[in-house]
Design a protein around this ligand. Structure first.
Ligand code: XMP
Length: 513
């Protein structure tokens, strides 16, 4: 995925979440970043010709027997290196300094004092607050390094060897809790690495359009639309590149949210004038799902049926040779971390049927979700699609516990619409990662007027998250919860009770199934 046009910074991964955040901050400074495994060799680094390297933080200790290392020759390539937290300690260790575990950990907001003449802190206050999270510390900087900042628990909170272009900071400049962190990173990127701010949505679109054209030539391309932002932006990019060589296929499995299908149709037909095949396949999906209650079984049925429908429709397009997928960067990072256990079988809408012999076009492979959104806006997609909260491929089927029936879908769809409307009304839609309704497989007793009711409860789920790997339940204001509850109970006759899910991920997951 190297892109000769843009200056690139390599972020060496010692802990996936740390590395991803750093990579995003670098890109926010309009410099292209690429996350690489800690096993990368100096030779490979040289081949990629980065303007700088950042060694990320991570959970390990440089002492541990199996401590993560890097090829030490990387430090001698003449490419500037910035070590952050674990990366700072590793840099100190490799360059001949002393790293110790003194038993005094620092965690949280910490005052930092800039004590030396420094490039990283140039034009920044001598006293500032930074976010620390460490047990080990650099007790002695390596020879040739100047200590430029310290904190109460870290005598070498920042060090620089300008001659060799090696820099280290014990704190985390990439997190929002370090208020001047972005400026520190920018000082490294612009003043030390001499990076040019060439990573902009305009340049990304330009280079992707060029790549897509080079890949597909004058062949036909198909794209599965899901209603979500990723497939929509991927389709819009490909449309920008090859116009009416693109046919979009939108399989409506009957498990979508209220008004979703209409919006997709309206956007792509009305706005972009894309050749769109809208397959209304709700009956087929619901027939297959009849009587099925096991979550994995549901996912498998939906995934398989989707592929069959998609394949059949794709055949109508006849001579298509390429299939567009909205794969994002976090899915393809060559991470240094171990493999995660399969928690749920994820079904990607537009998933590739193995025997279709279509070549993949993946124009979002280099991008994080926030970048995808910005590009979507620049390409003219409406905000309802660009800012839409993520929605699982199997749709409402994994939010209906137990059997999926038309009646239960209608109840859930009506309640879900209210949840989303109230979140929007409160101005929270973009701050909340996902907010939705869940329909459990129980009924509850209530009283309405003078009569007893025996009806469905609805569970409201709203979470905040950076990347869906972890999530916290959203502290919604009581008034918002109250509005949801009374509207759902008043407007959806089959519901007599509303509960709010206050579990985080882990140990829960975002979806209920
Ligand atoms: P969980 O429930 O595992 O969900 O915490 C994490 C994120 O993934 C979404 N999700 C899916 N997305 N196909 C998808 O495209 C799926 O099968 C699927 N299952 C869950 C979920 O909505 C959340 O954003």
């Amino acid at each position: 995925m190297s892109d000769p046009g843009a200056d690139t910074v390599l972020v060496v991964d010692f802990g996936a979440q740390y590395a991803q955040l750093i990579a995003r901050r670098v890109r926010e400074a309009h410099v292209r970043s690429e996350i690489v495994s800690r096993d990368i060799t100096a030779e490979e680094v040289r081949r990629r010709r980065p303007v700088g390297i950042v060694l990320s933080g991570g959970p390990a200790s440089v002492y541990a027997d199996d401590a993560y290392r890097i090829d030490p020759a990387i430090l001698d390539l003449g490419v500037p290196v910035l070590g952050i937290c674990y990366g700072h300690q590793l840099l100190a260790d490799l360059a001949g300094g002393v790293v110790e575990n003194t038993g005094t950990a620092e965690y949280g907001k910490t005052p930092l004092e800039v004590t030396g003449d420094s490039v990283l802190f140039s034009d920044l206050p001598r006293q500032q607050e930074v976010w620390m999270s460490h047990r080990d510390l650099v007790a002695e900087a390596p020879p040739g390094f100047e200590v430029v900042a310290s904190s109460p628990g870290a005598p070498v909170a920042a060090m620089e060897n300008r001659q060799r272009g090696l820099f280290g900071v014990q704190f985390h400049p990439e997190v929002a809790h370090t208020p001047r962190g972005n400026e520190i990173l920018r000082n490294f990127l612009y003043d030390v690495c001499g990076a040019r701010p060439t990573w902009t949505s305009h340049s990304i679109i330009e280079s992707q359009v060029e790549k897509i054209r080079a890949q597909v030539g004058d062949a036909r391309v198909i794209c599965g639309l899901s209603g979500g932002v990723d497939s929509a932006v991927a389709a819009a990019l490909v449309h920008e590149a090859v116009g009416d060589q693109l046919t979009c296929i939108f399989v409506d499995h009957g498990l979508l949210r209220a008004d979703e299908a209409e919006q997709v149709e309206e956007t792509f037909r009305g706005h972009f004038d894309v050749d769109l095949i809208h397959v209304k396949a709700a009956d087929r999906f619901l027939e297959k799902l009849a009587g099925v209650t096991d979550p994995e079984q549901k996912r498998k049925i939906i995934g398989e049926t989707f592929i069959r429908v998609f394949e059949e429709t794709a055949r109508e397009v006849g001579d298509a040779r390429f299939l567009v997928q909205g794969t994002l960067y976090p899915d393809v990072i060559e991470s240094g971390s171990g493999t995660a256990a399969t928690i749920k079988t994820h079904h990607n809408v537009g998933g590739l049927p193995e025997d279709m012999e279509l070549e993949l076009v993946e124009p979002l492979r280099d991008l994080f979700k926030d970048e995808v959104r910005v590009i979507g806006e620049e390409l003219g997609l409406p905000p309802e699609i660009v800012w839409r909260q993520p929605f699982p491929g199997p749709g409402l089927a994994v939010r209906i516990i137990g059997e999926v029936t038309r009646e239960r879908l209608d109840v859930l769809r009506a309640a879900d619409k209210i949840v989303v409307e109230e979140i929007r009304r409160a101005g929270l839609y973009r701050d909340i990662w996902q907010a939705f309704a869940v329909l459990p497989a129980v009924r509850t007793v209530g009283v309405q007027g003078d009569g007893r009711t025996y009806a469905y409860p609805i569970v409201v789920r709203a979470v905040t998250s950076e990347d869906a790997m972890t999530a916290d339940w959203a502290r919604l204001p009581y008034e918002v919860l109250e509005a949801m509850s009374s509207r759902i109970i008043n407007e959806v006759p089959q519901v007599n009770r509303v509960a709010y899910d206050i579990s985080s991920k882990p140990p829960a997951t975002i979806e209920w199934e």
